[in-house]
Ligand binder design. Sequence first.
Ligand code: HEM
Length: 451
Amino acid sequence: RSQERRADSAVGSQHGCLPPPILRTQRLFGIDRLEQIFRANAERRLIELFLFHFRQTEAMLSSKFEDWSMRLHRDITFPMFGDGIFTQEGERWKFSRELLRSQFHFKQYADLVVFRQPLDDLMDSIPQQGGIVDLQPLFFRLTLDTTTAFLFGKSVQSLKTPESAGEQTFAESFNIAQEYVAKRFRLQDLYWLLGGKRFREACRNVHDFADGIIEYSLSFQSRTSKDDKQYVFLRTLARNTPSRTALRDQVINVLAAGRDTTACLLSWMFFLLTRHPNVLAKLRAEINAQSGGKAHLTRGDLRGMNYLQNVLKETLRLYPSVPVNTRTAVRTTVLPTGGGPDRTAPVLVPKGTTVAYSVYAMHRRPDLYELPLNRTETFSKWSYLPFNGGPRTCLGIDFALTEAAYTVVRLIQRFKLIQLPNNMRAELIGVEKQTITLVLASTEGCKVELR
Ligand code: HEM
């Protein structure tokens, strides 16, 4: 160990590293800091302890990608996610990524057909005459139905028949398991202190649900034609996966990727639109102008709606679906900035150290995002990271933005009035209660009045 420490400090001096400023704690082992973090969680706030620079995110996610791993991430989430694309590394990860990448070619959904039926079901679950509706749970079902239709060849139709789809138990268990995982993240290396029967049961329910999807989809596919023109991920995965457990793990990973993230984006988008009626009006005008007379829109039409695309991007800036993330150093490495009293010197990161970074906090940095902007000096593509960056960039970016854009257009076309219910207050952005699991959801849902 002392040899390792000497080698580390040589690396540190070679790069001119300085230690980062230390957050002072009053009690032994930083117990007060932990209390602060858990209190914030109970109060439904995301604590902003992190100050991250884009040069750091660029190094971790891209130029020094090989120095970082998902190790702690994997250990913490393993009871829930098992061995899938989110937790794998090296050759296994590359293999999973290749399998999924082929599925995500935009031609597979450019005609928007895969989104249409789940969206029709969403419309049917809102009373004909409108009223006050919490859109958030509906969006979670919508994205579950779309993801299962697209990736597994058959939707679980949770919007149509939530009970028979088992969606209720799955959704509750998924949330419980995610809450545990989020708390384990807060404990970092001591994550194993949190677990127990409730966590195990929730994970088991999630696994059972995934097993059900596998049965249902594979038997459906064997009963229908083997039309290979549509690349169905599950079928290919089943052929290339050694066991049912391995297949189930992969299914849970992509379900988590496809369901929660896009549902949160949609919820926050309507949350913001009902608090900014002028933006909603401008959006409606663009949609009317560009979709008038067309029976069926395409991905190309949606991409041509610039204002809509910008509102989606701004929503993801303020409410990135994955607000906090971690990486663990697999070897001693250097972050280019963050050290010394003014945080401009390089920082030495010894092997085994886990670094947490908050995209949420970075996206709200006044020097990057408040007027007047001086972006030439401070802004980089690494300052805006809702989909991560580098080799592990989200594979579903285009799919998610297409799904979200189409959903927004359909809802705006169907309801002439979309507004904040009279009895609800419009708070300042960022003051509302937030539920932070692996994703960032609105604690009070997304209640809107629709007519
Ligand atoms: C608004 C919607 C979405 C957001 C904000 C989002 C965000 C992210 C982020 C931040 C990561 C990186 C996680 C990490 O490495 O720690 C990620 C990875 C991933 N996302 Fe998305 N995602 C979205 C939608 C989707 C959808 C709809 C799918 C697929 C159905 C998807 C599939 C994936 C996959 C497979 C990965 C793992 C990539 C890898 O590790 O190589 N995402 N996403």
